[in-house]
Write a protein that binds this ligand. Structure first.
Ligand code: ZN
Ligand code: ZN
Length: 498
């Protein structure tokens, strides 16, 4: 299978390098990143669907890969270039923003979201809020939002009166909304973004401290990020590789005293056995040849925007494990969303039955494949068999397992995942979002799973908050919470007394 994937990838890469070469001259990396980090979201399930702009790679003279231009629509690209406006201040009301993209967003919010004042009849069930917290509604007809709060600059109520009347409730999120407003303007301010310059590979002997973002960035030798805003922009992308890395690494902040269960330790020890191999005395010459473990496969299911994150971001995962190799496999019907115009999917052939796009030179120890299909379809063909808890791991970023709009898509997948007995790491946008997923897993498969990591706030969550354009009251952040589970293992034991 490997050689099939390799040949596919060479076609892909040659196409990719042509289009990137044409665009390199006109696109600055900082702008690419600013758009990457700024993607908005529309609803709980579709949040990350407004995909990060896909990227191409160019390997520079020292072999590190840098992200440059785009596969995106060229017309859009030109349009966005002209949108760059000098900002005098970061805080601007959304409707009067000097940035046309933000003004369009304000128009979208005004068109689609409703006034949250309790006097209005509800228009739809709020799927992202705990029903017990929802108040009994009044009889006024629903109204779209129109009034922009002067403190956060985001359209939140239908009128000034309703805003004043409900001010206490609004105060709970006003500061966060203002922060979102300023962060969005900051990304388009045209400033230089040193926080998107990532650290290269570390020294093997240098231990990483994963207690929190600060200790991690410091011990990984990142450029110092001294203000909160830059930290928020940086963590919005880095949360993806770090959430996975922080759980499977031997220096994980999660241990038996901190949320990791005994089952979890067993499961992670298996993976860590492969990820942190003992020194074998291997070297580059013939005498130094040693058998090596195959790459650890990280299956990222239901992949959306995370599949088009700059590869520099994903390579950070490889840097955490200098002794081992990774194969990231993004699977999901939306894993190439917004990228197909410039980057048509390869034909499905006998040699490449799922039309996988393979990037096998992302980093010498990392390869990335993307498959646009449902995981259960692939699983049933036995394409990735056999699964091994020492080599495989599943990751679900905000899967919406229990979300009414998406849980049916997971029904077929869940039993197959549990059958593999490999660890499944899942994240959620908020406490409520994550709890709903956990409840759904309990309901769908009874007691047939073991919790490996107790649910709770993710040490490496994105520090940046996001706004739901369909409902500005609904703020969330990437990978807010994390938990892990796997299919129950039954071990043969001797009955005592026999
Ligand atoms: Zn109102
Ligand atoms: Zn406000």
């Amino acid at each position: 299978m490997e050689h099939v994937l390799r040949s596919t990838s060479s076609v892909v890469r040659s196409r990719c390098s042509c289009s990137s070469a044409r665009q390199l001259a006109s696109t600055r990396p900082a702008r690419t990143f600013s758009r990457l980090a700024s993607s908005g979201h529309n609803s709980s399930r579709t949040r990350t669907r407004a995909a990060f702009t896909p990227i191409c790679r160019k390997v520079d003279s020292v072999g590190t890969s840098r992200n440059y231009a785009v596969w995106g629509d060229r017309k859009n690209e030109r349009e966005k270039m002209t949108e760059k406006v000098e900002l005098r201040q970061l805080f601007n009301s959304f409707s009067d923003s000097p940035i046309p993209e933000i003004r369009r967003r304000a128009a979208f919010i005004k068109q689609h979201s409703y006034c949250p004042h309790p006097d209005h009849r509800p228009t739809r069930m709020n799927l992202n809020q705990d029903p017990s917290e929802q108040v009994v509604p009044g009889n006024l007809a629903p109204a779209h939002v129109d009034f922009e709060c002067p403190d956060c600059g985001i359209p939140v109520y239908c009128s000034k009166e309703h805003w004043q009347d409900d001010y206490e409730a609004h105060l709970e999120i006003c500061d966060t909304l203002r922060e979102i407003n300023e962060d969005d303007h900051d990304l388009r301010s045209g400033r230089v973004f040193p926080e998107f310059e990532y650290s290269g590979p570390g020294i093997d002997e240098a231990a990483i401290n994963m207690t929190n973002w600060d200790t991690f960035l410091y011990t990984r030798d990142f450029e110092a990020i001294n203000d909160d805003r830059s930290m928020r922009q940086a963590t919005k992308l880095l949360t993806y590789p770090l959430t996975v890395g922080s759980i499977i690494h031997e220096l994980s902040p999660y241990n038996l005293r901190n949320r990791m269960t005994a089952e979890g330790l067993k499961s992670m020890s298996a993976l860590r056995y492969t990820l942190h191999p003992p020194r074998s005395g291997s070297g580059l010459d013939v005498k130094g040849l040693r058998p090596e473990a195959p790459p650890v496969r990280v299956f990222i299911l239901g992949a959306r925007a995370e599949s088009s994150l700059p590869r520099d971001v994903w390579i950070q995962l490889a840097y955490l494990f200098p002794q081992s190799k990774f194969h990231l496999i993004f699977i999901g019907p939306e894993s190439m969303a917004n990228r197909d115009n410039e980057f048509p999917l390869p034909e499905r052939t006998a040699r490449n039955p799922f039309g996988a796009i393979v990037e096998d030179r992302v980093w010498f120890s990392m390869k990335i494949s993307t498959i646009v299909d449902y995981y259960h379809t692939v699983h049933k063909t036995g394409y990735f068999h056999p699964y091994d808890p020492y080599l495989d791991c599943f990751v679900l970023f905000h899967p919406g397992l229990g979300h009414p709009a998406s849980s049916h898509e997971w029904e077929e997948t869940l039993p197959l995942l549990l059958e593999t007995k490999a660890p499944i790491i899942a994240t959620g946008y908020t406490q409520y979002d994550m709890q709903r997923d956990i409840d759904w897993v309990h309901k769908s498969c009874g007691g047939e799973f073991d919790v490996l990591l107790d649910p709770g706030e993710n040490t490496f969550r994105s520090l940046r908050w996001d706004l739901n354009d369909m409902d500005p009251q609904d703020v969330s952040c990437g990978n807010w919470g994390v938990w892990a589970f796997r299919g129950k293992r039954y071990e043969a034991t001797r009955k005592t007394g026999l």
